[in-house]
Design a protein around this ligand. Structure first.
Ligand code: AMP
Ligand code: MN
Ligand code: MN
Ligand code: MN
Length: 276
């Protein structure tokens, strides 16, 4: 167990617990610090902080920003952000606005593969009118018997060459980092090993991120094997980045890691919280 969990989702994006229930779970599991990092929205932070008042838990205002970098989707977590910062608020609203049209295109792609009613089906799983994600489509696919699990849904669908895959342009990397910094936060590359980058591309991403004054990289994540976590730790040392850790929790049954179910960071790394 780690007393810090710096990556978690609520019903404000594609998690299934409300911010208050997520906080109750973090309190019950004895966490000291939980960052609420919903995709492209900070609307859950106030409820989460209210729920943590009077407990030993500190809730950090966070967000996970969807970015397109060299034609690939990369996620940048912002920690300790001022959720009222105008640049951040406008940037996130712009990203969310693109999600509705994308969802329609995803549904059209499913229809061409003879999977009908996907948009309506996904919308039944949506928990915030502000955001629809592929996770909601995945839950629809499982419900209809097109996939056995979340992992299976993403293995069979919604990736390059598969039904439900569409191209989409998210925010630019430099914009995401600058919104986070404008809001006084720290920018973290989420689950770096998940992007399937070659070593050369990974070095390019980390170099660009460092030149943009990006702050940290996630070392532990359910998307990482132990070897990948060690690799991320090495990248943190080589590029002089701080280290972060997070369960990427979405749901008690779906998620491979529960809140705080993370090993201690390897020695020799400066944790992102050393700057708080
Ligand atoms: P979106 O931002 O709409 O593209 O949805 C991305 C979300 O899908 C991620 O945040 C995860 O919650 C989920 N996801 C993507 N790939 C996988 C996977 N292989 N297994 C489980 N969940 C996944
Ligand atoms: Mn998600
Ligand atoms: Mn992510
Ligand atoms: Mn996440």
């Amino acid at each position: 167990m780690s007393p810090f969990d710096l990556h978690a989702h609520s019903t404000i994006s594609d998690g299934t617990l409300t911010p208050a229930l997520l906080v109750a779970r973090a309190v019950a599991r004895g966490l000291d610090v939980l960052a609420l990092t919903d995709h492209d929205d900070t609307a859950g932070v106030e409820e989460a902080q209210r729920a943590a008042a009077g407990t030993a838990l500190r809730v950090l205002p966070g967000v996970e920003i969807s970015v397109t970098w060299e034609s690939r989707t990369v996620h940048i977590v912002g920690l300790n952000v001022d959720v009222e910062n105008a640049a951040l608020v406008a940037g996130l609203a712009g990203i969310r606005a693109g999600r509705d049209a994308r969802a329609r295109r995803i549904a059209e792609s499913f229809a061409r593969a003879n999977i009908h009613g996907a948009l309506e089906g996904a919308k039944r799983h949506v928990t915030s009118e502000r955001l629809i994600s592929r996770t909601h489509f995945a839950r629809f696919l499982i419900e209809r018997g097109h996939a056995r699990s979340m992992q299976d849904a993403f293995k069979r669908y919604m990736r390059a060459g598969r039904p439900g895959h569409v191209e989409h342009a998210w925010a630019a990397l430099g914009d995401a980092v600058s919104w986070i910094h404008a809001a006084g936060g720290q920018a973290v590359i989420a689950h770096p090993a998940r992007y399937g980058l070659t070593a050369t591309r990974m070095r390019r991403l980390l170099g660009e991120f460092r030149d943009l004054r990006g702050d940290a990289i996630e070392v532990f994540s359910p998307s990482h094997t132990l070897a990948e976590a060690e690799d991320s730790a090495r990248c943190a040392r080589v590029f002089g980045l701080l280290a972060s850790t997070g369960s990427d929790f979405h749901d008690p049954d779906e998620s491979p890691l529960d809140l705080g179910a993370l090993p201690p960071l390897p020695l020799g790394l400066a944790p992102v919280w050393s700057r708080w």
